[in-house]
Design a protein around this ligand. Structure first.
Ligand SMILES: [Zn+2]
Length: 483
């Protein structure tokens, strides 16, 4: 039978700062191991932490973008445990007074998996948040056979923990939540949120129950999930596994499981009996933070949210809802689109060209929009040539292909070199008249209502033209003379 699914996510996200949370060591990825360390992030006795203000401000900014509130005072706590990746034997984190409380993440339609967009259960859903707190990342350990390697470059990197309420009801909603969150964090410049680089990591809590009136079932926590698509697969697996157990009346126990991507299954790690007692206590080395002055400062930095940007694109540039959402899904793409907009060119046409031609080409080559060789101004000049009738849309695609390879050239010069030229009106008229005179049979057929033959006549004009005029203009001229 089918059960009601309840999911909550805990997302760890590295905050984009130049230095670590409590020391001046550089934050890094992929550098020679153990080259960005000091007594503080190595946890040497007597070393004292100093707060990274930028990390605190960016966490508050993240909270503001998703409607969180801030407690008047936020403070730091020690979470005590022994593990080789945490040499102090405690992690500095926030327990009862985090920087941000509450809030909600909107699930954008285009953030759902593409094969699921037609089946969205609750459009415009928001997933409520419990809190966002700030802590330090631990060192990175790599296990090789019976030995382990530890790199302390990552130890002390500012890490936000974003805890959702258990509002998520399917694997697809979890997928959309992570995509939406990732987009918001990128848009705010808070994190690059790149899962492949471990900048965004996620634990999933999932439980099943029969009826709405039943209490929540025992929670199963999935750890070590490192891609959004793996999270979707892991949740599907876990729903099926727990459902089969419940069908057979096997009681569920609160437990932690790991996802094995290669085998496509979850495996038991530990049950509640082995849960740690972290003996939290207030950190004696760090003063609490009065949030009001920081909140005031950060309020001015809140950027437009993706859905606000999409609404503005729809309203100001007349693009469709879907196109607006695609264009606002990436901060660099939104900037590019706005830079390519020209009063003389309908926004819809700019959007179409970017989504169909430009993004197609970039995806094919695996290039990010920020590294696009064709600058927005060049694209604007190209689209202006379509708008003034010099180029047909097919011809514009050909010019674009050359422009992409030689981005320093001017679109008009490329059009010239390909023989695409705006014939002057007299020239074009003479060519059209000649085509009419030379093809009386087809002309009669067009006049009798067979408009398809306009294409044939257009082809005749194109063939005899010394340059390649815009076929649309030719057809229009033929139409005005014959119909
Ligand atoms: Zn350090």
């Amino acid at each position: 039978m089918s059960y009601l699914v309840t999911i909550g996510l805990e997302v760890h996200c590295q905050v984009k700062t130049n230095t670590k949370m409590f020391c001046a060591c550089e934050t890094s990825f992929g550098d020679t191991p153990n080259t960005h360390t000091c007594p503080v992030c190595l946890g040497l006795p007597g070393a004292l932490p100093v707060l990274n203000q930028e990390a605190i401000e960016k966490t508050i900014l993240a909270g503001m973008m998703i409607e969180c509130t801030n407690p008047e005072i936020s403070k730091w706590d020690r979470k005590n445990y022994f593990y080789p990746d945490m040499p102090k034997n405690y992690q500095t984190t926030q327990m009862d007074l985090p920087l941000c409380i509450g809030g909600a993440v909107p699930l954008y339609e285009h953030c759902y998996p593409s094969d699921h967009r037609k089946n969205i259960q609750t459009p415009d859903k928001k997933v409520r948040l419990n809190r966002i707190h700030l802590e330090e990342d631990v060192a990175k350990s790599t296990h090789l056979g019976s030995s382990s390697l530890i790199d302390f470059n990552r130890a002390g990197t500012p890490l936000m923990e974003i805890v959702s309420e258990p509002d998520i009801e399917s694997a697809e909603e979890a997928f959309a939540y992570l995509r939406s969150l990732q987009m918001i964090l990128q848009q705010g410049g808070i994190s690059d949120a790149d899962m492949e680089k471990g900048q965004l990591r996620c634990d999933v809590n999932i439980s099943l129950r029969k009826e709405e009136s039943d209490p929540l079932g025992p929670k199963v926590e999935l750890k070590n999930l490192n891609s959004i698509s793996a999270i979707r697969r892991a949740i599907h697996f876990e729903i099926e596994r727990q459902s089969e157990d419940m069908d057979r009346h096997v009681p569920q126990i609160q437990s932690t499981r790991r996802w094995d991507d290669a085998r496509g299954e979850t495996q038991l790690m530990r049950t509640k009996e082995d849960a740690h007692d972290y003996r939290y206590f207030t950190c004696p080395d760090l003063l609490p933070i009065r949030t009001a002055p920081l909140v005031e400062k950060v309020r001015k930095l809140v950027p437009e949210l993706p859905h606000q940007l999409a609404e503005r694109f729809e309203r100001d540039f007349g693009v469709t809802r879907y196109d607006a959402e695609v264009l606002s899904s990436d901060r660099d793409l939104a900037i590019y689109f706005e830079a390519a907009i020209d009063k003389a060119i309908p926004g819809k046409k700019v959007a179409n060209f970017i989504i169909n031609n430009l993004l197609g080409k970039l995806n094919e080559q695996g290039i990010a929009i920020a590294d696009c060789p064709v600058k927005a101004e060049k694209l604007r000049s190209l689209l202006a040539l379509v708008e003034d009738g010099t180029l047909s849309s097919n011809q514009a695609s050909e010019v674009f292909a050359v422009l992409y390879e030689s981005p320093d050239k001017e679109p008009a010069a490329i059009a010239d070199s390909l023989g695409f030229k705006k014939a002057d009106a007299g020239e074009l008229e003479a060519l059209v008249d000649a085509a009419i005179a030379n093809n009386p049979k087809e002309v009669d057929a067009v006049k009798a209502g067979n408009e398809k033959l306009l294409n044939f006549l257009t082809g005749q004009v194109m063939r005899n033209a010394p340059t390649k005029p815009n076929p649309k203009r030719v057809t229009e001229l033929l139409r005005s003379k014959l119909l």
